[in-house]
Design a protein around this ligand. Structure first.
Ligand SMILES: [Zn+2]
Length: 59
């Protein structure tokens, strides 16, 4: 597994965790983000950026 695959898989996993939380969390379900929802969203975005930076396709 390459570094890029690892970063992308990590971002996908975080996104799945976020989606699961959105389903489970009463606050996030009513469009009011809880602390954990905000943290998850930031973590997903950071992981996506990290995965993109390691992607050489657009360079
Ligand atoms: Zn939540």
């Amino acid at each position: 597994m390459t570094v890029t695959d690892g970063a992308t898989a990590h971002a996908d996993e975080l996104y799945r965790i976020q989606l699961r939380h959105l389903d489970d969390c009463p606050a996030c379900r009513t469009a009011v983000e809880c602390d954990k929802g905000v943290r998850l969203r930031r973590a997903v975005r950071a992981a996506r950026l990290a995965a993109d930076k390691r992607w050489p396709q657009w360079t």
